[in-house]
Design a protein around this ligand. Sequence first.
Ligand SMILES: *Cc1c(COP(=O)(O)O)cnc(C)c1O
Length: 353
Amino acid sequence: MDFFSKKARGIAPYTAGEQLRDKTYIKLNTNENPYPPSPRVKEVLERFPAEDLRLYPRPDADLLRQAIAEREGMSPENVFCGNGSDEVLALSFPAFFDPDGAGACFADITYSFYEVFAAFFGIPTRIVPLLADFTFDLDALRRTDCQGYYIANPNAPTGIGIGRETLEQFAVSVPDRIVILDEAYMDFFGESCVPLIGRCPNVLVVKTFSKSYALAGIRCGYAIGDRALIAALLRMKDCFNSYPVDGVAQAVCTAAVQDTAYYSAVTQNVVSERKRVQNALRDMGFTVPESASNFLFAGRAKAGGKEIYTRLKEAGVLVRFWDKPVLRDFVRITVGTAEQNDALLRQLKEILS
Ligand SMILES: *Cc1c(COP(=O)(O)O)cnc(C)c1O
């Protein structure tokens, strides 16, 4: 006899990418940034007054919201901060979807946490297959009866991006449904839908400090949207955890978001390496959809994803593999530094020969 609830027994939790510590890997499996965070982050950490930790942090992360709002050209009332964008996405389910409603609609191949959150909160799902070229079938999404959508843009694990105009047309065509755009990788693409907010009251954009800001270890993410949408998220937060973003994270992320010069240089490095690795993979015979993110989705019919993943791991290079239909011909490879990418390409050449 265990004490598990039916939910604890029955649910299939999300599986995160491996964080192995058994040896030093070239880690290209969880889309972390290969570059360090802004030097200002180090300064903030060195100067952070330990005695401040005695008190609870600002419950709504006011100064951080202010800094994010300035960066995004919005007002702080349009910003909500959470403990990683995963938490923001989690809270969005009970905030905008009903267990007895028409459901949350998303693609069959996308960020797999959406499905887990829906199950956790008892929200029905409507799954729409991607088209054969791995792009979203926006017409099919539009035709699907639902309460709203989750669209990762750029999508994971395909890396494919959708332009802002296309998404504006989509959002305008479904005015009674919420459109939640997960922009975890948007800085590597530059087509954010934040400018739609104000014109499209049904659009909520979710972003993270984990990828382009190189702060996956700090756990902070945010949503931007109409005040009414932010109000719903705040209500959910205050039913669960009043202080999701700790004081250190608030200070660190505030400094990071203000260092636009540093981060645009880092992002440019990643984008130019992405192009180089993408071309090299295609030259080796891999199918690689055009990536708008900091990772490449590389497939090969003969040597399937599992073989590539296993052989690379033996050689000390970690990439991501999913043993699922469609995905099993592919691996997802995070773009690393030039040296890491060279090592990856060298190992791949050896494996394929
Ligand atoms: C990494 C990722 C997130 C989660 O980011 P955290 O802020 O680290 O929780 C959300 N959505 C997608 C698509 C991601 O790849």
